[in-house]
Design a protein around this ligand. Structure first.
Ligand code: BTX
Length: 326
């Protein structure tokens, strides 16, 4: 009901809607309308009420509920079911708890994470209200070894979503997005599978949107940045989520239906920060130095090592030589 009232107010944008018309349209009492208006105000909606005129929506809060992001979505299923939390330990953990019974495309968003995770048990800084900390539940019908490609699809979608906001970024294969050589976003893809089938995949995306300098601790201040810091202005998180999810669905569908990742690969190559650079490849406790030559059609990084061997790296840790922390 609260959602219907909000839609009625949004439909009229800056005009008044009378309490009577809302109560007639929805078949509820005027007192009930008032109660829902009060609840909306508590969520941060600025609603003016004027005697004999009714209610007028003055502004919406900067929150990432479905009601707030859906006007930016053109997707069929990704982001059409949203679970929104004020605080979670990790959206990936929550998504895992829910994944089996939720439909594909469901997303879990939190305003803050108290134990946000990176790869290999590393920590992901996720301060309240300043980023996009979300996990997307996907259920592709394919063999588990294909899952690494989903991270590339996620990275390409984020790159395109940022571009739609006028922000240029680079992809550090396989799971980071960099701007000005600093990390602005990371992807953590996790899955549950049987020998030959995937039960579900959780694509966790963390984007530093409106973080300020003081949100980054000493370890991060030289190697991480936010969209606000690089553009010098506050970025609309709702529009950004919409752009990313729209691109994600466009890139995901051909992959899910036909195994086609050609468009993702094109973006990964065009926006790669690694190709042509000296890199370190870390596998287990081994570290090798080489030059990133290209990304092949399967999404593997082609590296020429110091001894002249040319090999494909499918997943793993890669850092750029000479760049702090990368
Ligand atoms: P990663 O292992 O590639 O990167 C983790 C490393 O990045 C950390 O060790 C630290 O050096 C650095 N780091 C930590 N926080 C930040 C930050 N906010 N910005 C830039 N650098 C940082 C990358 O793992 C994958 C991160 C995924 C995060 C999302 S958020 C939603 C979802 N839920 C969850 O718990 N994780 C994912």
């Amino acid at each position: 009901m609260k959602k219907s009232i909000l839609s009625a107010l949004k439909r009229k944008s800056d005009l008044f809607v009378s309490g009577e018309s809302i109560s007639n349209e929805l078949g509820i009492s005027r007192t009930a309308v008032w109660k829902h208006i009060k609840a909306l105000r508590e969520e941060g909606y600025d609603i003016e009420s004027v005697h004999k005129k009714g209610y007028r929506l003055l502004s919406c809060p900067d929150i990432l509920t479905l009601e707030e992001i859906e006007e930016y979505l053109t997707t069929d299923f990704i982001g059409r079911n949203v679970y929104y939390f004020d605080s979670l330990s990790s959206t990936n953990n929550k998504a895992k708890e829910m994944a089996l019974k939720e439909k594909e495309g469901t997303i879990i968003i939190a305003e803050e994470q108290t134990k946000g995770r990176g790869r290999l048990g590393r920590n992901w800084v996720s301060p309240k209200g300043k980023g996009i900390w979300m996990s997307i539940i996907l259920k592709p019908d394919m063999i588990p070894s294909e899952v690494a490609k989903l991270t590339l699809i996620g990275a390409a979608a984020i790159n395109r979503g940022l571009e739609a906001m006028g922000i240029n970024s680079y992809i550090k294969w396989p799971n980071d997005i960099l701007i000005e050589d600093k990390k602005v976003c990371g992807i953590l893809t996790e899955m549950s599978c049987e020998l030959n089938m995937i039960n579900y995949v959780i694509m966790g995306i963390g984007i530093n949107v409106n973080l300020d300098k003081e949100d980054f601790n000493r370890e991060l201040k030289d190697k991480a940045t936010s969209l606000k810091l690089v553009t010098g202005k506050k970025i609309d998180r709702k529009r950004l989520i919409g752009n990313i999810l729209n691109h994600l669905e466009n890139l995901y569908i051909p992959f899910k239906e036909r195994g086609d990742i050609s468009k993702t690969i094109r973006i990964s190559r065009e926006k790669s920060i690694l190709i042509g650079r000296e890199i370190r490849v870390i596998t287990g406790d081994k570290e090798l130095i080489g030059k990133a030559l290209s990304i092949d059609d399967e999404g593997q990084l082609v590296v020429e090592f110091k001894d002249g061997r040319v090999e494909k790296v499918f997943s793993g840790e890669v850092s750029i030589r000479g760049l702090k922390g990368y």
